[in-house]
Unconditional design. Structure first.
Length: 305
C-alpha cells in the first residue's frame, strides 16, 4: 500500500507539473518576467525529480543477485537523494542567479499580455493544490498520529516526504511569484519581480537541504522504528529467550534486516537450538512482516562474576 500510494502521489504531481511548466514558459516568453522563468524551471526540475522517483521505485524491485545479495531496495533512497541535488542546483541556484541578474537590470512587465502571468499563477496554484491534496491523502495512510515534521523525519518510504515537500514548496513558490509579479505590475518596478525570484530560490535551496539530510540518513542505514524494535523484542522473548544484543537496519522501505545474538542452554542439542531459532524467526516475521532477512546467533548464557 505504501509503494502504490507513493506512486499515485508521484503521477499526480508529474501530471500537474508538466502542464504548469508549459504555461509558465509561455508566460515568460510573453512578459519576460524573471519570476515566471524561475517558476518554469522549478516545474521542469520537479517533473524531472518525479521521473527519477518512478525510475528508482522500478529499479528497487529487481531481485537480489550475487553482486547485491540483499537486493536493490536502497535504489529508492539513492534516487531520492539525487532529487535533492537536482532541486538545489537546477531549481534553487538557477532562481537565485536569475534574481541577481534582475536586481542589476530591473524592468517592469509591459505590453498587452500583462495579465498572462497572473492567470497562469492562479491556475498553477489550483493545480498544485490538487496535487498537494493527493500527497496529503496518501501520506495520511502511513502518518498515523505523527506530526507532519515527525512523519517527514521518520518515514522510511522516501517518495511521499519528497512529494510533500516539493508540492509544499511549489505552492509557496507560486505565492512568492504572484507577489513579485503583482507588485511589479502595480509599481512598474522590476525589483519586486527580482525579489519574488530570490524568495523562490531561497525556498528551493532550503527544501533541497532538508531532503538531502533526510535521505542521507536513509542511505547510511536507519534502524527499525521503536515500535518495530519493541515487537521484535517481544517476539524473541516470547518463549523465555534472552536477547544478548539486537540490531536492525532497513535494506529498503519495506525490507528490514534483523540480527540478534540470543542465549541458549548449555545442554541444548543442535536440533533443539535449530528449532528454537526457526520458531523465533517465524514469530518475528509474524510480528513485523517487513523483517525479510533475519540472522539469529545462538550463544551460551554467561553469568557475570
Amino acid at each position: 500500500m505504501a509503494a502504490s500510494g507513493g506512486t499515485k502521489a508521484i503521477v499526480a504531481a508529474l501530471s500537474a507539473n508538466l502542464t504548469i511548466a508549459v504555461l509558465k514558459f509561455l508566460a515568460f516568453i510573453l512578459t519576460q518576467s524573471s519570476s515566471m522563468l524561475a517558476e518554469a524551471i522549478h516545474s521542469v526540475a520537479d517533473s524531472g525529480n518525479q521521473v527519477l522517483l518512478l525510475v528508482g521505485g522500478k529499479r528497487a524491485k529487481k531481485a537480489a543477485d550475487a553482486a547485491h545479495p540483499f537486493g536493490y531496495g536502497r535504489e529508492r533512497y539513492i534516487y531520492a537523494f539525487i532529487v535533492s541535488i537536482v532541486l538545489f542546483s537546477v531549481g534553487g541556484l538557477f532562481a537565485l542567479y536569475e534574481a541577481w541578474e534582475k536586481f542589476h537590470d530591473p524592468h517592469g512587465i509591459e505590453g498587452a499580455f500583462w495579465w498572462v502571468p497572473l492567470a497562469v499563477l492562479v491556475g498553477a496554484i489550483i493545480a498544485e493544490g490538487f496535487s498537494f491534496r493527493t500527497a496529503i491523502i496518501e501520506s495520511n495512510h502511513l502518518r498515523g498520529k505523527q506530526t507532519w515534521i515527525k512523519f517527514i523525519r521518520n518515514a522510511k518510504q522516501p517518495e511521499l516526504p519528497v512529494i510533500l515537500l516539493e508540492d509544499f514548496g511549489a505552492l509557496l513558490g507560486l505565492v512568492f511569484a504572484l507577489f513579485g509579479v503583482s507588485m511589479t505590475l502595480v509599481t512598474g518596478n522590476g525589483v519586486w519581480d527580482a525579489f519574488g525570484t530570490a524568495m523562490i530560490g531561497l525556498l528551493l535551496v532550503a527544501i533541497a537541504i532538508v531532503l538531502a539530510l533526510e535521505t542521507k540518513s536513509l542511505l547510511l542505514g536507519e534502524s527499525a522504528t521503536k515500535e518495530d524494535v519493541s515487537r521484535i523484542t517481544t517476539a524473541l522473548e516470547a518463549d523465555g529467550t534472552r536477547i544478548i544484543h539486537l540490531k536492525t537496519m532497513h535494506l529498503g522501505p519495506e525490507e528490514l534486516l534483523v540480527a540478534a545474538k540470543i542465549s541458549v542452554g548449555a545442554v541444548d542439542t543442535g536440533r533443539e537450538i535449530a528449532k528454537a531459532i526457526d520458531d523465533a524467526e517465524l514469530r518475528i516475521r509474524t510480528a513485523v512482516p517487513i523483517a525479510r532477512v533475519i540472522y539469529l546467533e545462538p550463544d551460551l548464557e554467561r553469568v557475570k562474576a
